[in-house]
Write a protein that binds this ligand. Structure first.
Ligand SMILES: Cc1cc2nc3c(=O)[nH]c(=O)nc-3n(C[C@H](O)[C@H](O)[C@H](O)COP(=O)(O)OP(=O)(O)OC[C@H]3O[C@@H](n4cnc5c(N)ncnc54)[C@H](O)[C@@H]3O)c2cc1C
Length: 295
């Protein structure tokens, strides 16, 4: 059924990198929830799999000395959902983690796999984008850091050399989450085991008097070839008062930045409508959590 030539199980990042270099065309497998589908559909043939599921250094969530949150790429969505650190510091990420698949999927699916798979519908990505997260990627010449924004380069494509690199850590910098409040909305045709028709995360910081927007970030999935930040709308609404006009401008702005397409799952028209609705809902929820009020 599965066309697998050889499997390895790495016990450290350096061993995984060595195995990658020694095995041309090998595939990293973490939770396997995307890779196994590819194998089943015969998109991977004569596969050489390098499992990173037993690498302890890729697992877990910690707050670094400088206050940054570090999430190991091999951390499962269930672990993220249950993490006290995540629930306390970036609760929207716990919520998003709990939107993935089913309990069985969340027990094995990892955040690193979700990001590296490059799917435009990945539930882990919009909230992390809205928190301006960074990625730490290990390669032969050490660790390189890059922002999550820009990591996705096309449908199913990411800025990772799959023959020599491994995502090790997702970092949410302290400066990007402290004082910020976020919310994530996902629309699907059913409540569970559903890939997003469209998803939207909004992350904001209010002014000291809670009467205007100090900082705003809007991330939308399945609305372009890659997950998207609506940067023009973010810039336009910085300093805006908390009014219905601002919400109308948010809807209009998001609509002008997304470029969804028709697919068997939903029409472009439905996705345009969802982009407006979900961005407003996420904005209102983030605002409420931040203690702001529309006047
Ligand atoms: C029934 C079902 C329901 C699903 N529902 C959802 C859903 O609701 N929302 C959602 O977002 N996704 C969903 N998915 C997709 C999948 O579960 C997620 O994308 C998951 O997070 C992938 O993680 P994984 O550890 O299983 O990745 P894997 O399948 O192990 O790997 C995925 C890809 O990433 C690469 N990779 C993995 N880890 C690393 C790393 N550390 N460094 C470099 N490359 C790496 C692999 O080589 C592969 O190309 C679903 C899948 C199934 C089967």
């Amino acid at each position: 059924m599965y066309d697998i030539r050889k499997t390895y199980s790495a016990s450290s990042v350096s061993e995984a990198l060595r195995l990658l270099l020694e095995n041309d065309g090998a595939t990293i497998i973490s939770g396997g929830t995307d890779v196994m589908i590819r194998l089943k559909e015969r998109k991977l043939k004569q596969a050489v799999l390098i499992s990173i599921a037993n690498i302890t250094e890729l697992k877990g969530i910690a707050v670094r000395e400088n206050g940054d949150i570090a999430i190991g790429a091999g951390t499962t969505f269930d672990e993220i959902y249950r993490s006290e650190i995540i629930r306390e510091c970036v609760p929207a990420l716990a919520f998003a983690a709990n939107q993935v698949g089913s309990p069985q999927i969340r027990h094995v699916a990892t955040i690193g796999g979700n990001i590296c798979n490059g799917a435009v519908s990945a539930d882990g990505v919009p909230v992390l984008l809205a928190y301006d997260s960074c990625l730490e990627i290990a390669g032969v010449s050490g660790i390189r850091t890059q922002t999550l924004s820009g990591f996705h380069t096309g449908p199913g494509k990411v800025n990772l050399d799959q023959s020599s690199e491994l995502l090790t850590t997702i970092v949410i910098p302290r400066a990007e989450y402290e004082g910020y409040f976020a919310a994530y909305y996902k629309f699907g045709q059913r409540n569970a085991m559903e890939i997003a028709t469209l998803g939207c995360a909004v992350c904001l910081r209010l002014s000291a008097d809670k009467k205007s927007i100090d900082e705003l970030r809007i991330a939308v999935s399945v609305a372009a070839p890659t997950p998207l930040r609506c940067r023009k709308t973010e810039a336009r609404l910085r300093g805006a008062p908390l009014t219905n006009q601002t919400i109308a401008a948010l809807r209009k702005g998001v609509l002008s930045e997304v470029q969804p397409r028709d697919s068997w799952r939903a029409s472009r028209q439905l996705r345009l409508q969802l982009a407006k609705e979900l961005s407003e809902r996420a904005f209102r929820q983030a605002l409420e959590t931040a203690g702001g009020e529309i006047v």
